[in-house]
Design a protein around this ligand. Sequence first.
Ligand code: SF4
Ligand code: MG
Length: 328
Amino acid sequence: SETVLEVRDLVKHFPIRRGILRRTVGVLKAVDGVSLELRRGETLGIVGESGCGKSTLARMLTAHERPTSGEVTVLGRSMRDLRGRELRRSRRHIQLIFQDPYGSLDPRMTVADAVREPYDVNPDLAARGERVRRVRELLEVVGLNPDHGDRYPHQLSGGQRQRVGIARALALRPDVLVCDEPVSALDVSVQAQIVNLLEQLREEFRLAYVFIAHDLGVVQHLADRVAVMYLGRVVETGSEADVYGAAAHPYTQALLSAAPQPDPALRGTRQEILLDGEPPSPVDPPSGCSFHPRCRKVADSCSRLPPPLEPGARPGHLVACHLADRPA
Ligand code: SF4
Ligand code: MG
């Protein structure tokens, strides 16, 4: 099916400034050359530890942040040179669902006002007289009582607030939803409800998702394809089955072995590989393969040569590791 999102060589570097003169003393490489593609109705899961650049990537995909270089193309249209009205029009196709449902809603706005607000920016999507009905419909679609539109965020639970955030994102009839850790701030019992809702909406509206999480279980459940990020780069990507069933990158293997095994029958069958310490700083990342200081397979060349993301043993599977199996 149709490609709805294409990302080419996306980079975001933040200069680090110090002192009274704000001199640049370094560069934080938050995202350092990411390419992705997403088709209609498809879910791409993005996993990695905090600080690997997932949120910065999400903000660039949805034009909340301008890339340092590279390109985001939505429905065949590059967002790179768009400004003002044109940018607002294009970005309605790709909406962001935030991690923190507490911080992302204006506390002075009622639920109905929050869901209606996107129409102020894109007025041609719903005539003024139609908006009240539209808002009620959206609240219903996300499982909220349409009679509770006059409530304020502080009167809602975390799960209800996240539903408001989803209704807001849906108001503009997007093609792609970028979900940045949409359930990690919620109670475990509520997480499944929101994941189920997202799954149901995907079918109903043929949405494509970029689903970002550090929880590997949630991503496995939803994703058709998975990309694993480490220090601003994709180190492995492929089908859900390939990445979870036959991970080829030592970092992915370590992440998977550290994750709780949801199936009790399989518990204990994975050998646990420990990931030592925190990921290094993206300000001055390690030379060569940036994973080498934590890699249990590290070889001599690893600290010298950065491994490119190249085809692995299976079709559509890409791996950035010098020791990975390559196509026969
Ligand atoms: Fe480990 Fe070397 Fe592969 Fe990097 S390139 S993941 S250090 S084996
Ligand atoms: Mg984040």
